[in-house]
Ligand binder design. Structure first.
Ligand code: SAM
Ligand code: SF4
Length: 432
């Protein structure tokens, strides 16, 4: 979501004359768009400011703006601790950035703007076209969260759940497609909690997917991140008949232990999670799943951890993220007694080894097979191409002739844990 936000911030500031530069010392403004989901985020911000200070020691001081969730969570503290920061802007206030910059240029007053003004934000953003012209583009449809998992800072930094009006979303999707997008990834902290009412009609994520499925030039649809509780029947049914919806779902469970899930306030148990996956696979046998796992949550016993390992082995996730629990200030889990660091690290290594094995085994299946790849970029100074399979796996391949934005059949000739490598020849292969 920060990538989407950073692009939109750029769309805004470009209307008052800013352009991007790759030459750091040439910049007269730095905007650090920050994430607060795990520890060290704040320290990373101060480290980056330290680097800017050093680079600009003998130059005119640039305008330094901190945006995103660290800004939201630590605004006053940041302004006090680092006088080099000129402005702090929360993730729901960045539509005001131009006024704040112009005001700063006039008055030289430091500013802290961390209101939750999300409706206004998207109304304002709608006035500035989304200029992203990437083959695979992000589109935020929902923000914030009302679920309050005990470890998570999102409900405090992004605020309550908000769903954008469906018309705004479809208009933005059409602009992205006109700009060259072939794939749209719908975003939200809880994207499948999308819920919008207008004229007595209720629109859900499934309504958006069905509308996008009808956009002619769009080839692929994805969404992230989903909560198991919000995998409703209408959404599951999209996997039956929306051909452009990719058969790959990121569905975080966090832990395979019901005791830990309860203590995390996840509002689902592992049986429920497995029943959702079974429903999905019944509707579409091709569906594969990835997840997020937190290890070392306060009170996680060896047995709890083993329950997570068993769940991973049962489901066979093709790609997942795993983290050691990181206490976030202000969340209910932050003052619980922490598990031992060495033990946590061991568990993380163990879980990552198992997850990586599943990833490797999944990649191995493609060897000498053909994969449908949406081409996103050129790599190696234009000699090779980069794209992704229907399951998001990166593919680097050679081709005699192909164009960015095309879907081609690539024969896989080798692989590693994260990537597939292959070759594409025109009119020779058929995707398996
Ligand atoms: N809304 C999604 C869900 O409920 O499954 C997750 C979104 S959260 C922004 C992204 C991931 O960060 C979570 O799935 C979780 O694994 C991880 N995460 C969040 N807070 C964390 C914490 N305090 N420590 C470690 N990992 C954390
Ligand atoms: Fe955070 Fe996701 Fe839980 Fe919301 S549902 S509090 S975003 S982990």
């Amino acid at each position: 979501m920060n990538e989407y936000d950073s692009n939109r911030i750029y769309d805004l500031v470009s209307t008052i004359g800013f352009t991007k530069t790759k030459i750091k010392n040439e910049a007269n403004c730095f905007i650090l768009n920050t994430c607060h989901i795990r520890e060290k985020a704040t320290e990373k911000v101060y480290d980056e400011i330290g680097r800017v200070k050093k680079d600009f020691k003998n130059l005119k001081k640039p305008l330094v703006i901190i945006s995103g969730c660290v800004a939201q969570a630590e605004s006053e503290e940041m302004m006090k601790r680092e006088p080099y920061i000129d402005m702090v802007i929360g993730p729901q206030s960045y539509h005001k950035i131009n006024d704040l910059i112009l005001n700063y240029q006039r008055k030289k007053e430091r500013f802290n703007e961390t209101e939750f003004d999300v409706i206004k934000k998207f109304d304002e953003l709608q006035k500035v076209s989304n200029s992203q012209s990437k083959i695979s583009s992000y589109l935020t449809i929902q923000e914030g969260c009302d679920k309050f998992c005990h470890f998570c800072v999102v409900p405090y930094t992004r605020g309550p759940e908000y769903s954008r009006p469906i018309k705004q979303i479809i208009d933005e999707a059409n602009i992205l497609v006109e700009n060259g997008a072939k794939e749209i990834i719908l975003l939200g902290q809880n994207v499948n909690a999308y819920n919008f009412y207008e004229k007595n009609k209720n629109y859900r994520l499934s309504s958006i997917i069905r509308e996008l499925n009808d956009i002619k030039k769009l080839k692929r649809i994805r969404f992230t991140t989903s909560h198991p509780k919000d995998m409703t029947e209408d959404l599951i049914n999209c996997y039956k008949d929306c051909k452009k919806l990719m058969p790959f779902l990121h569905l975080p469970i966090q832990s395979g232990s019901n005791h830990i899930l309860k203590s995390m306030n996840r509002k689902h148990d592992k049986e429920y999670y497995i029943s959702v996956i079974e429903k999905l696979k019944k509707i579409n046998r091709e569906i594969k799943i990835s997840s997020d796992f937190i290890v070392g949550y306060p009170g996680e016993s060896k047995n709890d951890f083993m329950d997570t390992v068993k769940l991973i082995e049962k489901v066979g996730f093709i790609n997942s993220y795993s983290f050691i629990f990181s206490p976030r200030p202000g969340t209910p889990a932050s003052d619980k007694k922490l598990n031992g660091t060495t033990e946590n690290l061991q568990r993380l290594k163990e879980i990552q080894r198992i997850l990586e094995n599943f990833q490797i085994k999944n990649n191995e299946k493609y060897l000498n097979q053909f994969c449908e790849v949406l081409i996103e970029n050129k790599v190696n100074s234009g000699e090779k191409f980069f794209g992704r399979t229907r399951y998001m796996t990166p593919v680097i391949f050679e081709s005699e002739k192909c164009n960015l934005g095309e879907i081609v059949d690539v024969k896989i000739t080798s692989f590693n844990q994260k990537n597939l490598f292959g070759i594409h020849k025109t009119n020779t292969y058929k995707a398996a």
